[in-house]
Design a protein around this ligand. Structure first.
Ligand SMILES: Cc1cc2nc3c(=O)[nH]c(=O)nc-3n(C[C@H](O)[C@H](O)[C@H](O)COP(=O)(O)OP(=O)(O)OC[C@H]3O[C@@H](n4cnc5c(N)ncnc54)[C@H](O)[C@@H]3O)c2cc1C
Length: 404
């Protein structure tokens, strides 16, 4: 009887726990999930919360019924440190817990220190990464509708989640038009990417041209290779001296590993990401695995000027959760070799919302070289994005995490 402890219960952790149970059989071995909340959150739909198109409650579900059904224990607590020498996780409230195998799926935290004035408590810059801040952004958006003015949207130097910021930008444009104030709002996009549509994956065929077309079509001014020097009450100043006035701004900050992993230096790099190979097994501590955002992923191309990172989206988070579960099951059953699929070789499957329009991004590999890569726009609606949300929540709510 082995004990597998999974830290985190969203895309990667939830998938890993359910897949582990499927691989190991219902009664054998103990699976314990530790997370601060027993609710699954469909993070990609947070882009719609500021515009009232989704409420946070619409994109959440309770994971406990499925965990009970599948004989997965759940501890509602926060891990504070992993001691891999003693196979122990220290928790905030409960007693420390020991493991035979550990899955780290604790996602990320935001690094607001990259520029002064970025922190939520500074009350200058909005944020859509976590529910509470996305709800606050909704209030700022409603205030903007009443008293329109310039809006700056983008990502800071070091950011990696530019895709979500693009989606928010195009939704902002669309909602301002719908609310009949677009003419009174000058819209700016700033990004650390060297060109539009790089997305942190060295671009997609036709991506730059498509993004430029959207920017011109929607009358959005853009600045690439942008590095922010300072954020003041009504002005964002770039390192090259450009000053952008704003009444409302949303900037995607850089991500780093969750605090629990930053507190566990033997397992992580300087940013708190778990160092693994393509089996998602830790280099040194072979009973520790990581999945999803918690994994260290380095770009395989040169970043020449403003730094930015690689996006870690939902599909690879789900895939790595499954790989980790299968690999742990193989180790327990004595089957070798382990599945080895490095992050960059996982297929790219993503829908980018473009404000009641959308673009499908499909490639056989996330990173170049790719044998197949295409960006397909759907200018009629964002049906694909909505369908993906419904499908994902449906399959996970029923515990069909093994489905693609
Ligand atoms: C605004 C936004 C829009 C996005 N849009 C898309 C999109 O359109 N398509 C796409 O593919 N991807 C998108 N993504 C990325 C996608 O959301 C992530 O890839 C996915 O959430 C990663 O899953 P994860 O399980 O690794 O991390 P998370 O979903 O962040 O889950 C982390 C888990 O760890 C738990 N945890 C944290 N700290 C601790 C601790 N100390 N102890 C125990 N548990 C802990 C959390 O409670 C949570 O359960 C978007 C991201 C954002 C922010």
């Amino acid at each position: 009887m082995k004990r597998i402890v999974v830290l985190g219960s969203n895309f990667a952790g939830y998938t890993a726990a359910i897949q582990l149970r499927k691989q190991l059989g219902k009664k054998e071995n103990e699976i314990i999930v530790v997370a601060p909340s027993h609710e699954f959150l469909y993070v990609p739909s947070l882009i719609w919360v500021p515009f009232g198109r989704r409420k946070v409650e619409d994109i959440k579900f309770d994971i406990l019924p499925i965990f009970r059904k599948k004989n997965i224990q759940f501890i509602q607590d926060k891990a504070v440190q992993v001691d891999p020498e003693h196979n122990t996780v220290h928790l905030e409230a409960e007693e420390p817990i020991c493991y035979d195998y550990l899955v780290v799926a604790t996602g990320v935290q935001m690094n607001f220190d990259v520029v002064d004035g970025l922190k939520p408590e500074d009350n200058k810059i909005e944020n859509i990464v976590i529910p509470r801040l996305a709800q606050k952004t909704q209030h700022a958006f409603e205030a903007l509708i009443k008293d329109p003015g310039p809006v700056v949207i983008g990502a800071t130097q070091g950011a990696s989640c530019m895709g979500a910021a693009y989606e928010y930008l195009f939704n902002m444009d669309n909602e301002l038009r719908r609310r009949k104030v677009r003419g009174q709002v000058k819209l700016y996009w700033i990004t650390p990417e060297p060109y539009l549509g790089n997305f942190g994956i060295d671009g997609m065929p036709g991506g730059e041209a498509m993004l430029k077309m959207f920017m011109k079509l929607y009358n959005i001014e853009w600045i690439t290779d942008a590095s922010i020097k300072k954020i003041e009450d009504n002005t964002i100043t770039l390192k090259d001296g450009t000053e952008l006035p704003y009444k409302m701004a949303m900037l995607m900050p850089p991500f780093e590993g969750a605090q629990v992993m930053k507190n566990s230096p033997a397992l992580v790099d300087d940013k708190g990401f778990v160092e693994t190979d393509g089996t998602y097994q830790h280099h040194t501590f072979k009973n520790v695995f990581a999945a999803g955002l918690a994994v260290q992923v380095r770009p395989n191309f040169e970043i020449k000027n403003t730094p930015f990172g690689v996006p870690k989206t939902g599909y690879p988070s789900d895939v790595t959760g499954k790989i980790v579960a299968k690999n742990i099951a193989r180790l327990i059953k004595g089957n070798q070799p382990l599945i080895d699929k490095e992050w960059g070789k996982i297929p790219a499957l993503c829908v980018m919302d473009a404000g009641r329009k959308e673009v499908y991004l499909v490639a056989n590999h996330l990173f170049k070289p790719r044998q197949f890569a295409i960006m397909l726009p759907n200018i009629l609606n964002d049906f694909g994005k909505v369908l993906l949300e419904k499908y994902f929540i449906w399959k996970n709510k029923r515990g069909y995490a093994q489905l693609p």
